[in-house]
Design a protein around this ligand. Structure first.
Ligand code: UD1
Length: 417
């Protein structure tokens, strides 16, 4: 089994360029099936999750070609309505294909999704919204059978600003009859990117980035070329790599506005951060300050996808920090691995109390999910001695060449079989 071996203690210095956002590319790839059209998408990261989505598109009959960071999808030949179970199990966000497939064929069969081990992750909001738009949905034997005579625009009030549910409704609304209005919509930048991609193809969507999104149905979509936004979580992870090693990293190809919550918390921790138009520099402090309170929230609050990485940082801070995870039920699995490395962390339900220690020590640890895996590598960069991180396939779902980039920044890290 492949693992990452990290010898801690090196200060990371240099430049790193951020790849396209996984969480923007996935819904955009799902959206490619809506029209019988061709999509050329740039800045597509090489990640396991993207590969899974590519395989789903191929299994549906689409033509897909990849050239470096460009992906081309021709969805005209689409001829299947069943999403392969093993691929859906591997990637929970394949659920957003429901809205896209209903738009295209009026029918879709999909198994219950799998994905990160970070809590129950229900899909009730997705199903409720699609039913409101007229879909007939039956759930049996682990599958969801979904059919519709014609999607109808309507007003949907989301109980919670779910990212996936917001995207699913947008995808279903693109060709629905009339207008769909989503209230209490998620406001993540990736939703704006989805809106931009779809509007370039001829959709009529407005309001993404605010909590009210309006989708006027159109008849068909045309060919489209799109450049994916940079990955704010990958950027944030390198920011923490600089912070935890007392390093000096310039992070390029970013949108600083998308990183404000992370910037604010890293400044509280003592980092000096300079931002430019599309890059920023993080200078890590000699002594990391504890942070009184971090609460994960939907965007523009502090992202749950940065919670694990910031926990690694706070585990070596001067003082006690409190992290409250409000988005997911069970997203502290990395804490017990950090404790194996000498961290002092206690979990009380959805709250973690992190008492900074002077030193972490290298240990054998296992990634339990994507961001938790990144957190362990970050801790390993700081720890005394050697850290072995197992189950790195989790990390590969969301980071392209993670260990290579870190090595170029000066880390002593390698992958072994
Ligand atoms: C997306 C991101 C993920 C990120 C998360 C929150 C992608 C591919 N994934 O996931 O990286 O961590 O946003 O920023 O973009 N919920 C329900 N019922 C539903 C849907 C969601 O109860 O029908 C709950 C979830 O269990 C969770 C919360 O709502 O507790 C947030 O989930 P959601 O915003 O939907 O996250 P995802 O779209 O799955």
């Amino acid at each position: 089994m492949r693992k990452l071996i990290v010898n801690g203690g090196n200060r990371l210095v240099g430049e790193v360029s951020v790849t396209g956002a996984k969480n923007a590319v996935l819904p955009i790839l799902a959206a490619t099936v809506i029209g019988a059209n061709e999509s050329t998408i740039f800045n597509v990261p090489r990640l396991r999750d993207v590969e899974v989505m590519e395989n789903i598109l191929l299994s549906l009959g689409c033509k897909v070609e990849r050239l470096g960071k460009m992906m081309w999808v021709d969805s005209k030949p689409l001829n299947n309505i069943k999403i392969p179970e093993e691929l859906v199990r591997e990637m929970r966000s394949s659920i957003i294909l429901m809205g896209a497939m209903l738009s295209r064929t009026g029918e879709v069969v999909i198994s219950y999704p799998g994905g990160c081990e970070i809590g129950p992750r229900p899909i009730d909001l997705h199903l409720k919204a699609l039913r409101e738009m007229g879909a007939e949905i039956e759930e049996a034997h682990g599958f969801i059978y979904c059919k519709i005579k014609g999607l109808k625009g309507c007003e949907i009030q989301l109980d919670y600003p779910s990212v996936g549910a917001t995207e699913n409704i947008i995808l279903a609304g693109v060709k629905a009859e009339g207008t769909t209005i989503i209230r209490n919509a998620a406001r993540e930048p990736e939703i704006i990117d989805l809106q931009n991609y779809l509007n370039k193809a001829g959709a009529r969507i407005s309001g993404a980035g605010t909590s009210v999104i309006i989708i006027d149905g159109v008849k068909e979509l045309g060919n489209v070329t799109h450049n994916t936004i940079p990955d704010r979580i990958v950027a944030g992870t390198y920011m923490v790599a600089s912070a935890i090693t007392g390093g000096e990293i310039v992070i390029k190809n970013i949108i600083p506005d998308h990183l404000q919550a992370t910037i604010a918390k890293l400044k509280e921790a003592g980092c000096i951060i300079y931002t430019d138009n599309d890059s920023l520099k993080v200078i890590g402090p000699k002594k990391i300050n504890s942070i009184e309170m971090i609460q994960t929230l939907p965007y523009p609050g502090f992202p749950t996808d940065m919670q694990a990485q910031i926990m690694a940082l706070l585990s070596v801070a001067d003082g006690t920090s409190i992290i409250s995870e409000t988005v997911f039920e069970n997203r502290f699995k990395h804490a017990e691995e950090l404790v194996r490395m000498g961290a002092n962390i206690r979990i009380f339900g959805k709250v973690a109390v992190v008492k900074g220690v002077k030193e972490l020590t290298g240990a054998k640890v296992a990634a339990k999910d994507l961001r938790g895996g990144a957190c362990l590598v970050l801790a390993g960069l700081k720890a005394k001695g050697t850290t072995e991180v197992e189950n790195i396939y989790h990390i590969e779902r969301g980071y392209e060449d993670f260990h290579i980039e870190l090595k170029e920044l000066g880390a002593d890290i390698k992958m072994v079989d």
